[in-house]
Every structure is written in structure tokens, then in C-alpha cells.
Design a protein around this ligand. Structure first.
Ligand SMILES: Cc1ncc(COP(=O)(O)O)c(C=O)c1O
Length: 387
């Protein structure tokens, strides 16, 4: 059985983790900063804070922007739960934004529509999810945010290694925050880089970085220059605001740092598989491939195909089962978030046409480093039966 995604771990990764287990620091040691430095180099970011996962990265980013009750945040309707849930952790409200059904990415038009529907809401920020590893036109989204005075958090959980190509043809790695305030990442094993559990936030703003670093570890301040009260001695620390334990261990960071060294190889390998699938599937009558945007150089996290289940004459459930019987694992990324009972109870029933059209047709096919040529052929052969 091949899954839709999985990690690729080699001896170098194993040695890196064993080294930590034999060393002095399992957590709060030097490998957290080593990982952060590697991430900064790869993303051209000035500041990076590693944390326990992509969800806590989003929560920290929102807290750093002082998002809280009374605020409203724009979130794509098609994304993983965490993109919206992190907003709810702060007490702020979510307004779901429709997506382009061919990419599952938000558009400026959809953002405008979402804002117009809630004239009394206090919009503070938008979360831009780089779905499957592709990104939308970041300059256009930045211009929209400027117009309405909104902050931008890029949810780059799918997009470590992706670059945005600006209108002059210049590449900006996701995480460099050229057109945003903060970027968050997830390093869950199905993502391009695996840390077990892990995440990070990057920014160009030293104040946001400081706040995130403080909040990541209970809001504890040790720095003499920043104390409010007089120090009681060298052991002294004080808490100036309520923070969390969102730290990530040296064990995870050593694995992450070792994995980051292979990011370029991972990106190219995934691209090869995506090109192969695109080439084999694009001529089929009942299968559509994802639209590729000129403004993105993606490090693909997911391979989403669109099937016309009505024309095929089978339900998605039947096809998922048939593929499963052939040893091919698939997944659906994602049901529109507003359909989850929690969000339905909170905001009422709603539909957004782009998100609905996307969800009706999408199916994620196996994409990971380590798929054999035979595996890929099997996937394509199985899908060709539905043309
Ligand atoms: C778009 C998106 N954002 C955030 C997250 C949360 O990341 P994590 O699972 O590391 O908490 C995920 C994880 O699946 C994701 O896909």
C-alpha cells in the first residue's frame, strides 16, 4: 500500500538524532538555533523561531499581531483546520474566503467579496495559505491588504522551498516575507520536510520575533534590559504576559536541520513526479490537473487531480476504494472548513462556489520522495481506466 504522502529519512537523519540522544541537551539546547539559522538561510528571512508544530506557529503569529476578541481574520475556505482554528484560539472571528477552484488559492476578488459581505467586522489580518505548495500573486494580495490596512500571515505549511516570482521576474522564497508580515511552516512528516512534530515562524520585524520567542516559552523574560521589576539574582526571570509552552526539542530540530539540507533534492524529486503525473493525466477526458501559476516556483507538497465523478459514473468513495484495493492510498484535501459542525454552529450554514466546485472534484494522489517509477506508473494506469 502506498500512502498519499510520507517522510523520507536517510542515515544522515538517523545519525543526527542519535547524536542528540547521546549528547547533553534533549531540549532547550543549541540545535534549536542551528535549525533556525538553516531555515533563515533557506528562506532569506532575518528572523526565525522554531516551535512545536505548524498550528502553534500560526497561534504565535496571530498573538504577536495582538489578534484577539473583536477582531476578524480572513482565512481561505479550503485549507487544513489549523489555519482557522488558530484564529479561534485567540478569540477572534474567522471569515472564510472563497478560492479559485483550479488551484484552491484565494484571489483578490474573493478577498474583496469576503470583506464586502461583513461591513461591520473589524478586519485585522488575512491568512494566505500556499495550497499544495503553489502560491498566488503575493504582490496583488499585498496591495489588497495595504488598501484595507490588514496584516498578512502566510501559512506556508505546504510551501517550504517554494518561491514567489514577482512582476519583474525576481524570485522570493516563501518565508522571506517580502510581501507579508509573518510566515508559518509545518514540518509534520507528510510535509516536504519532516521533524516528527515541528513548526516555525519567520519575520523581518525584530519586535514580532521577540514577542514570538517570549510567548513560545510562557512569556518568560530573562534579559536584564527588559525586566520590569528588579532582578533578584542570576536565576531571576519574570513573566510579563501569559505565554505558552510551544517549544520544540533539540531532537526534532536536529532531524529538521538534517532534512533541510536535502530540501532542494526533495523539491526537484517531487517536481519530477508532478511533471510525470501532469504529462500522463492531462489528456484524459474525465481527469483535470491543477492549474499552474506563472508567479510560483512550487516545491509541491500535494498532487491534487480533479475527477469528473458524474461523467465517470462512480462516486468519489467508490473510486477511493477501488484505488485502495490496488494499493494506492489517496486523501481529500480538504472539505470546505465552513462545513465542519463547529464552524457551522458558530457561523451558520454557508456555501462558496469556488470552494464547493474544488471540493466536488479533488483527490490527492501519492506524492513523496521514495515513490518508485513502478508506483507512479501504477497510479497513472489506475486513473487511465476512468477516462
Ligand atoms: C495549511 C496548513 N496549515 C497548518 C497546518 C498545521 O500544521 P501542524 O500539523 O504541524 O500543526 C497544516 C497541517 O496539516 C496545514 O496543512
Amino acid at each position: 500500500m502506498i500512502s498519499y504522502g510520507r517522510q523520507n529519512i536517510d542515515q544522515q537523519d538517523i545519525d543526527a538524532v542519535v547524536d542528540i540522544l547521546q549528547g547533553d541537551f534533549l531540549t532547550c539546547g543549541p540545535h534549536v538555533a542551528k535549525f533556525e539559522n538553516k531555515l533563515k538561510n533557506l528562506t532569506n528571512a532575518s528572523y526565525a523561531s522554531a516551535c512545536s508544530n505548524g498550528t502553534t506557529a500560526l497561534h504565535l503569529a496571530l498573538c504577536a499581531l495582538n489578534v484577539g476578541p473583536g477582531d476578524t481574520i480572513l482565512v481561505p475556505a479550503i485549507t487544513f483546520l489549523a489555519s482557522a482554528n488558530a484564529v479561534r484560539f485567540t478569540g477572534a472571528d474567522v471569515v472564510f474566503v472563497d478560492v479559485d477552484p483550479d488551484t484552491a488559492l484565494i484571489t483578490v476578488q474573493a478577498l474583496e467579496d469576503a470583506i464586502k459581505k461583513k461591513p461591520n467586522a473589524n478586519f485585522k489580518a488575512l491568512i494566505n495559505v500556499h495550497f499544495a505548495g503553489q502560491c498566488a500573486d503575493l504582490q496583488a494580495i499585498y496591495a489588497f491588504a495595504q488598501k484595507y490596512g490588514l496584516k498578512i500571515i502566510e501559512d506556508g505549511a505546504h510551501a517550504i522551498g517554494t518561491s514567489y516570482v514577482d512582476s519583474k521576474g525576481k524570485s522570493h522564497p516563501i518565508g522571506s516575507n517580502t510581501y507579508s508580515d509573518l510566515t508559518t511552516f509545518s514540518f509534520h512528516p507528510v510535509k516536504t520536510i519532516a521533524m516528527g512534530e515541528g513548526g516555525a515562524v519567520t519575520t523581518e520585524d525584530p519586535a514580532l520575533y521577540q514577542r514570538i520567542s517570549d510567548l513560545r516559552t510562557h512569556g518568560m523574560i530573562r534579559d536584564q534590559d527588559r525586566l520590569k521589576n528588579e532582578s533578584h539574582g542570576p536565576w531571576y526571570y519574570e513573566m510579563q504576559e501569559l505565554g505558552f509552552n510551544y517549544r520544540v526539542s533539540d531532537i526534532n530540530c536536529a532531524l529538521g536541520a538534517s532534512q533541510l539540507e536535502k530540501l532542494d533534492y526533495f523539491k526537484q524529486d517531487r517536481l519530477k513526479t508532478v511533471d510525470y503525473y501532469d504529462g500522463e493525466l492531462s489528456g484524459l477526458r474525465n481527469v483535470k490537473t491543477m492549474k499552474r501559476l506563472g508567479c510560483a516556483e512550487p516545491a509541491w507538497h500535494l498532487y491534487v487531480a480533479f475527477l469528473d465523478f458524474d461523467a465517470i459514473g462512480k462516486s468519489r468513495q467508490q473510486i477511493v476504494q477501488e484505488l485502495h484495493n490496488k494499493g494506492i492510498g489517496t486523501q481529500i484535501h480538504y472539505m470546505p472548513l465552513y462545513q465542519h459542525p463547529y464552524y457551522e454552529d458558530l457561523y451558520g450554514k454557508m456555501t462558496l462556489p469556488g470552494a464547493e466546485a474544488y471540493y466536488k472534484a479533488c483527490i490527492s494522489l501519492p506524492l513523496f520522495v521514495g515513490l518508485t517509477e513502478q508506483d507512479k506508473k501504477n497510479v497513472v494506469t489506475a486513473l487511465k481506466l476512468y477516462q
